[in-house]
Design a binder for this molecule. Sequence first.
Ligand code: SF4
Length: 122
Amino acid sequence: MTERKDITCIVCPIGCKMFVTTKGKKIQHIDGCKCKRGAEYATYEALDPRRMLTSSVIVQDGEWPLVSVKSSQPVPKEQVFTVLKEIKKITVTAPVNLGQPILKNVARTGIDIVATKTVKKR
Ligand code: SF4
């Protein structure tokens, strides 16, 4: 079955409106994109949309009550809510180091959640 998706490119500030036609897991046509980077973005967005996730996790005994975290890779869009729910269940104990994995293989995605700042012990 042929499907048409409207996608706004977020690769640069121009924000081209693109129209992507897919059949199954194949791109048939991309309209409205002005460059190769936009075509790549439209292809991923149409066939395998993913998002980088950022959030925060509660820290016990830390100089700050929270540590900011992010996903080590973009998360498949359909798993974003599941991953965010898993992140909300976590509490870590200080010290936490920048780049430290906080949760490995979150929701069996093969993706880790890592700290994006250091929180020292209080
Ligand atoms: S298609 Fe190219 S020019 Fe248009 S918004 Fe995307 S990156 Fe920018």
